[in-house]
Design a protein around this ligand. Structure first.
Ligand SMILES: Cc1cc2nc3c(=O)[nH]c(=O)nc-3n(C[C@H](O)[C@H](O)[C@H](O)COP(=O)(O)O)c2cc1C
Length: 161
């Protein structure tokens, strides 16, 4: 599949098959994700792979679509708000890189902001100087949702003189 078709066919997967994803694939996609652009090479991302005990306590209403693997993605604060925002932007690029790399092998991802609220920060042991950008569930899709169409980009493009 070419890169345009790959990007356009990715969906946020809500229901997964129980089949495990080969850890060597996960490692490969994490290394690819880490090639995300990041200003001043801060590499602000950290991954916490969520084990069964912690996952139960998170009490997500669909148990992350029964995905075989769930991970939290953290982004380190910078010395200023600008740097913290830049780091979060870089970490979002990291997540999308991971999602696209996984999708290239038919593995789906569910980007959820569940962990950002309530006592989930505590359960996930997120240090003070980190933002939690999302909890990403990873697995083979049981269902691939219909495409959610976007507005045409010519409605969102402005040409400055
Ligand atoms: C920062 C962020 C947080 C998200 N949090 C959730 C979430 O908590 N629950 C959820 O169902 N989807 C979540 N999503 C996924 C979006 O809802 C999804 O990408 C959007 O509906 C478009 O669908 P698509 O990715 O399949 O094209 C999140 C996406 C992003 C970027």
């Amino acid at each position: 599949m070419n890169v345009i078709d790959l990007i356009k066919s990715r969906r946020n997967i809500k229901i997964f098959k129980p089949d495990a994803v080969d850890p060597s694939f996960i490692q490969l996609w994490l290394e690819a994700a880490a090639m995300a652009p990041n200003h001043r090479m801060t590499e602000p991302w950290e991954i916490y792979v969520i084990g069964p005990e912690t996952r139960k306590k998170l009490n997500h209403k669909t148990n992350f679509g029964n995905a075989p693997m769930v991970m939290a993605v953290l982004s380190r604060h910078g010395a200023t708000k600008v740097e913290t925002d830049e780091n979060a932007t870089a970490t979002a690029c990291f997540i999308q890189n991971f999602n696209i790399a996984a999708w290239s092998e038919g593995v789906g991802t569910f980007w959820s902001s569940i962990g950002i609220s309530g006592n989930n920060r505590e359960l996930l042991q997120i240090p003070e100087n980190y933002d939690l950008l999302g909890v990403i569930a990873v697995g083979y899709p049981e269902e691939v949702p219909e495409v959610k169409r976007r507005k045409p980009m010519n409605e969102k493009t402005k040409y400055l003189p």
